[in-house]
Design a protein around this ligand. Sequence first.
Ligand code: CAA
Length: 287
Amino acid sequence: MSEIRRVGVVGCGLMGSGIAEVCARSGLDVLVSEVAPEALRAGQDRLTTSLAKGVARGKLSAEERDAALSRLRFTTDLGEFADRELVIEAIAENEQVKSEVFATLDKTVTSREAILASNTSSIPIARLGTATSRPDHVIGIHFFNPVPVLNLVELVPSLLTSELTATRAARFATQTLGKEVITAKDQAGFVVNALLIPYLLAAIRMVESGVASTEDVDAGMVLGCAHPMGPLRLADLIGLDTTKAIAESMHAEFKQLAYATPPLLSRMVDAGLLGRKVGRGFYDYSG
Ligand code: CAA
């Protein structure tokens, strides 16, 4: 089994930049793509800031930061991914756009051994696999935000993923990146979001119906259950657009009310109040 050294990351948003960071910190050659130069610059800034935070917190030295930065390259052209041995797609939760990316990667990535992975939390891996001519090499590798801090990776083989692909992906996540792996079936939400999203939606409904304030709902779970952050602050961290997109995929899959988007969440997304990444969601981060 050949070791994976050349990684591509498609998308440099919250998740993509975090995935690129942990890959570069693990000594890999990392190529990151975004659709436009501005998005690429924003992603690059996020990554640099996170590495600086890692240094400030004593998690890595200044030399290790510089070495990680030297292993990262950025592009707006997926055509440059030809020599990648593993590509992790981490763009927005939109099935059509993701499928187009997988179809492009299928044509671009030359090695037939290469793994094409998605960081999706809710879109069926089988559908992304069938957008390619190599669904046996397509798998879900789902990270958690903030990626440099949280140790979990969900591994999601589809009905078409080969055992070799699953074994190589697991080895990459555990041995190369030092993450802990759990394996889940290819159904919307996998393990973590199937439990987390109904909880976040219930918290939003609580605020919507006036049971308690945003601050009190969060304080309830932080102080009463020792969660590191309350559900509304966590929804802001994930991004309210992402939270809504995951909920919609899960609702489409299971048709259960627990996954139905509360009107308050829809209106906040309509209004552009997407959470921490834009400076305002349930909380104001502009100060
Ligand atoms: N690199 C390395 N380590 C870093 C770092 C970086 N860039 N940034 C922070 N850290 C480390 C810190 O050093 C600290 O470690 P120690 O405890 O060992 O000192 C730790 O991370 C916490 O950092 P901070 O003190 O800066 O922050 P905090 O204590 O306020 O915690 C938090 C912030 C990590 C976000 C914490 O609140 C938390 O874990 N919240 C829950 C997050 C969560 O549930 N995420 C899952 C979202 S769901 C998802 O992602 C999947 C999906 O599909 C939606």
